[in-house]
Each structure stands twice: as structure tokens, then as C-alpha cells.
Design a protein around this ligand. Structure first.
Ligand code: KG4
Ligand code: ZN
Length: 350
């Protein structure tokens, strides 16, 4: 199969990639909008949309040049069309459709969560690509879900968060500790010099049936801990709170993943892979905790390299390839969708 151009604009990364039918990455580029949003302490949707509009065209041209290809050499165009921030989604989806229309190429409107879900099937990450079915633990700034990945387009949601996403909890706690946005990486860094047992924090949902998550109680407990100290936090206190919070998250995630592994095994005895995706999967303590949990349940943890865990366009190209290989494509009527749950995806669009 000819290479596919992927476009990702659902949040604050303007990304493009070209991947061939065998999963070889011919070119990839991610332009982070961190500098644009940092002064506001979070992603500002309108700024994100305008920044995508400003840089996407150049990003795509440069990626195509890096791959040494022209549009006529492509086998299709895949663009994230949901879920996410509507302004950015419209920019990427319309831009992708424009290229497809102008060059008579098939177009795939990619579900961003499906793109995260299928990353583990890129040959090279797991020998020969992850075989179906497998368990996906998606831990990003906007989503925290356990999903049984049964096939392309076939997803069963086993559980998810009742309130904050895991990344959101990291970001909010980091704010309480006066760390820079985005908080996750900053919190992980200071937690390295902290004592994870200094501040006792709750482990919400731990040992409950199923694999649902909740982080708001933990976040509130951190806020109360900070308030109780009362004075300006010392560097050591911040490190200890960060380490205590991170340990609580790791314990909860390992417990929830354990339940999810049992749930998928009960349905699909052959399942043996636990795949993590999303920005929080970049966290080394989280990875180590999940690897242990996987081993305990006779599973293997497959954690993509960090650049493929957070938002990128390689995963979008690859999701497009998986669909195009099955003869599935979308028409020009495909539109950006801010909400698009994974378990509502039809196996065969149209
Ligand atoms: O998947 P992602 O790049 O974007 C979406 O939300 O779709 O995830 C970003 C989230 C942010 O909340 C960020 O703080 C968190 O992932 N994150 C981390 C780490 N790196 C990124 N959380 C904990 N530890 C990290 N090392
Ligand atoms: Zn994402």
C-alpha cells in the first residue's frame, strides 16, 4: 500500500506524518503550541485553532518534502476528525479533505482515540504488531479509559474516569505545587527527589469492582495537605507531596489495570497484552507500576516510545492505513466531531 499522510490537530499539537503500508515512518513532525498556551496555564481553544491554521500548511509541506514525496505518490490522507477541540478539528479535517479532493485520494476521518488505540499495532513496537484482542489503558489529559480492543473499529469500554482524567489530575496538582504548565512532566521531575510515604493520601476506587477511576478526591486531598502546611512550601515539601501524589496515582492505576486484565481475560482468554497510551504513559513510575501489574496477571506491558504516546500524527497515518487496508474510507461529508466515543465507532463506516 502507498504511503498515507496523517494530520493531527485535535488539541495543542500541530502534527503531520507520512507512514507507508508496512508501518515504516517516512517523515514525522510535531509542532507543540506550549509557548502559545503557557501564559494562560492551559490550552486556550481559540488560540489553538488559530495556531493550527497558521502552521498546518507549512507543517504538511515540510513533512512531505522530508519524505521525498508529492501528493500524487500517496495512497490516502487521514486526518483526526474527533474527539477534541472543535476549532482545531475543523482546521485539520477540512485541510485533509482539501488535499484528498484536489489529488483524488481516499480520505479517512480518524477518531483520535482509535489512533491511540492502534499505535501498538505499528510493526516494531510489539513483534509483528500487537495482535487482537488486547487491553488499552488510555491515560491522557482529556481521557482515562480502559478499553478492550477487539479489532479495527471494534472497541468495548470496560471502565473510565468518573471525573478528572489522569493527566488533568497531574496538571491540577502541579498547579497547587506552583509548577509550570503542563504539570505532568514537571511533577514527575520533582517527585524524583521526594519521599512518597511522607504524606498519606487516599487511593480512590482502589479494590472496587470493575476498572473505573476517580481522581477528584485525591486532588482535593492534596489541596488540603497544602492548605494545612499553611506557609510557603519548601522545595522538599513540594517534592514529597509530588512523590506522595504520584505514588497514589500509580497504586490506583496498577489496581485498576489489574481488574481490567481480569475483565478482558474473562471475555477473551487469549488476551495477553496491556497497551498504554496518552501523555501520562510517558511517566516512568506509571510505566513501572503497570509493568509490575501486567506481570502479576500474566500480561506483557507494551508501552510505545514516549513521542508516540503523546499526541502525534504517526498514529493518525497508521489508523488511516488500518482502515484503508480494509477498504474503508470516508466521504467529503465527513465532519469534525468534538465528541466521538470510541465504542460508538462502526466497524465499517458508510
Ligand atoms: O496525550 P496527551 O499528550 O494529550 C492529550 O491530552 O490528548 O496528554 C497530555 C497530558 C497532560 O495532562 C500532561 O500533564 C500529561 O499528559 N503528562 C504527564 C507526563 N507527561 C505528560 N503526566 C505525568 N507524567 C508525565 N511524565
Ligand atoms: Zn491524545
Amino acid at each position: 500500500m502507498k504511503p498515507v499522510l496523517g494530520i493531527e490537530t485535535s488539541c495543542d499539537e500541530t502534527a503531520a506524518a507520512v507512514v507507508d503500508g508496512d508501518g515504516r515512518i517516512l517523515a514525522e513532525a510535531v509542532l507543540s503550541q506550549l509557548a502559545e498556551h503557557a501564559p494562560f496555564g492551559g490550552v486556550v481553544p481559540e488560540i489553538a485553532a488559530r495556531t493550527h491554521l497558521r502552521y498546518l500548511s507549512r507543517q504538511v509541506s515540510q513533512t512531505m518534502a522530508q519524505a521525498g514525496l508529492s501528493f500524487a505518490d500517496l495512497g490516502g490522507v487521514a486526518a483526526t476528525s474527533g474527539p477534541g477541540l472543535i476549532g482545531g478539528l475543523i482546521v485539520g479535517c477540512q485541510f485533509g479533505k482539501g488535499i484528498a479532493l484536489a489529488h483524488d485520494l481516499p480520505f479517512v476521518a480518524v477518531n483520535h482515540l482509535e489512533a491511540h488505540a492502534l499505535t501498538a499495532r505499528l510493526p516494531g513496537l510489539v513483534e509483528g504488531g500487537a495482535p487482537f484482542p488486547y487491553l488499552l489503558f488510555l491515560l491522557s489529559g482529556g481521557h482515562s479509559q480502559c478499553i478492550a480492543v477487539m479489532g479495527v473499529g471494534q472497541y468495548v469500554r470496560l471502565g473510565g474516569t468518573a471525573d478528572d482524567a489522569a493527566g488533568e489530575a497531574f496538571d491540577k496538582v502541579a498547579k497547587l505545587l506552583q509548577l509550570d504548565w503542563p504539570g505532568g512532566p514537571a511533577l514527575e521531575k520533582i517527585a524524583r527527589s521526594g519521599d512518597p510515604s511522607r504524606y498519606p493520601l487516599p487511593r480512590p476506587m482502589m479494590r472496587r469492582e470493575g476498572c473505573d477511576l476517580s481522581f477528584s478526591g485525591l486532588k482535593t486531598a492534596v489541596a488540603q495537605t497544602v492548605a494545612k502546611i499553611g506557609t510557603v512550601l519548601s522545595q522538599q515539601q513540594r517534592a514529597d507531596i509530588a512523590a506522595s501524589f504520584q505514588q497514589a496515582v500509580v497504586d490506583v492505576l496498577a489496581d485498576r489495570a489489574g481488574h481490567a486484565m481480569e475483565m478482558i481475560r474473562a471475555r477473551e482468554p487469549a488476551a495477553h497484552l496491556l497497551v498504554v497510551a496518552g501523555g501520562v504513559a510517558a511517566n516512568q513510575a506509571v510505566r513501572a507500576g503497570l509493568a509490575l501489574a501486567a506481570a502479576k496477571h500474566g500480561f506483557v506491558l507494551a508501552a510505545p516510545p514516549i513521542r508516540l504516546c503523546s499526541d502525534n500524527a504517526v498514529m493518525v497515518s497508521w489508523a488511516g492505513i488500518e482502515r484503508l487496508k480494509r477498504g474503508w474510507r470516508d466521504g467529503m461529508e465527513a465532519n469534525a466531531r468534538p465528541r466521538w466515543p470510541l465504542d460508538t465507532l462502526e466497524a465499517v463506516p458508510g
